[in-house]
Design a binder for this molecule. Structure first.
Ligand code: ZN
Length: 392
């Protein structure tokens, strides 16, 4: 049973439709039916969202949520629903041998929409110490492609971790094989960079338009910046060619200094994702709104922050039914406050910054149903590093 809802008077930001203005959003039978001013409620329950922001349900393009078969895995609804995230993308924790487990144990029981990238390695990522592409015998291009092709409702691409620890002596061969698998079935590859055995441009040269670099602002060697802290021309060129740059914050893959230098030159991310997993969910990552807040505070415009967590990751995942409030699509909606004050944020290198703005989720609607509502705020003595809504 659906309750029809009229979200009244919020500031709607939906970059897919070039909307950034005060408007009402009408939800009928689990779908968005209209956006406009002074929409009549008819039988719908009116929800006053004046002074709040209304976004399409957020998409976190890089997470680890295979809680039943990976040490890294979080329970998707626990991290997503209080964060305005209605679609969560697992980035290669599972692969072809665990496809059924991913569907039955992770995706089907979740209220959050769960999709994923299949790891190019048959091992997936069962533990933090897994070096899954250090032995090329663990890569089966054909089985990976066949498994993704047979599960296209669930699987949106192929993931490879190109860090030196994971690839061992195999150079960029794992990335080359991931592209080979993805090419067979017309899906993108997501490549983990950071501590890579070669410059980023060597990896980008292997990639096609629509492929994704994750951990863009890591603070290790072979990053996006040259010795003068400018973005390498080859990286700018690769991006112009259509390669997408994703944040993938993680426990060791985001440095304020790197992002700041890149942002000063207008090099904002295409997608903002957390790379949240068990070892970073209690800091420095916490959740997607925390990562979004860092981007906003570093100078990324609000409209772009929302595009990077809605329509751009939707397109990257090849999905047209998410990441927008277009009439007709399932009603996944996130209502947010953008709070002002003094908030503490930390990167992966111990750099703590006090910043003036913070995203705070007020309400999450999934498929037309309210699945999270923030409790009225109580006075708290907790550190402001902890988001207001998480693990209360
Ligand atoms: Zn990851």
């Amino acid at each position: 049973m659906y309750t029809d809802l009229l979200l009244k008077g919020g500031i709607v930001v939906d970059p897919a439709q070039a909307i950034h203005r005060a408007a009402d959003v009408l939800i009928h039978a689990g779908r968005i039916t209209a956006i406009g001013t002074d929409l009549p409620a008819h039988d719908a329950t009116v929800v006053d969202v004046k002074n709040h922001h209304v976004f399409p349900g957020l998409i976190d393009l890089h997470t680890h949520i295979c809680w039943s078969f990976s040490e890294l895995g979080l329970v998707p609804d626990d991290i997503c629903l209080p964060s305005g995230v209605t679609t969560v993308v697992d980035a290669g924790t599972s692969s072809w041998p665990t496809m059924i487990a991913f569907r039955k144990h992770i995706a089907e029981p979740a209220v959050t929409r769960v999709i994923g990238f299949s790891n190019i390695s048959s091992l997936g990522i069962p533990a933090g110490s897994t070096a899954e592409v250090s032995n090329l015998h663990d890569i089966n291009v054909d089985k990976t492609a066949a498994s993704v092709a047979a599960n296209r409702d669930l699987m949106v691409g192929v993931k490879v971790r190109q860090g030196i620890y994971f690839v061992g002596n195999n150079g960029v061969e794992p990335t080359r094989l991931a592209v080979k698998a993805a090419e067979q079935i017309g899906v993108p590859v997501m490549v983990h960079v950071g501590k890579t055995p070669c410059p980023l441009s060597v990896i980008m040269d292997l990639l096609r338009p629509g492929d994704i670099i994750t951990h863009t602002y890591h603070g290790h060697d072979n990053g996006i910046l040259d010795d003068h802290r400018a973005v390498w021309p080859e990286v700018i060129e690769g991006r112009k060619r259509g390669i997408l740059m994703d944040v993938g914050h993680g426990g060791g893959s985001f440095k304020f200094d790197v992002a700041q230098a890149a942002f000063e030159r207008g090099f904002f991310p295409d997608a903002i994702s957390t790379d949240v997993y068990t070892a970073n969910v209690n800091g420095p990552v916490f959740d997607l709104p925390t990562t979004m807040s860092k981007m906003l505070n570093l100078g990324m415009p609000l409209y772009d922050v929302i595009a990077s967590t809605t329509c751009i990751p939707a397109k990257a995942a090849g999905r047209t039914d998410i990441g927008t409030l277009s009439p007709g699509i399932p009603a996944d909606v996130a209502v947010f406050d953008i709070e002002e004050g003094e908030f503490s944020f930390r990167d992966c290198h111990g750099d703590v910054r006090i910043m003036p703005r913070r995203f705070s989720c007020v309400m999450t609607i999934r498929n037309g149903k309210v699945v999270y509502k923030r409790e009225k705020k109580k006075k708290s003595k907790r550190s402001p590093v902890t988001p207001p809504h998480f693990f209360l």
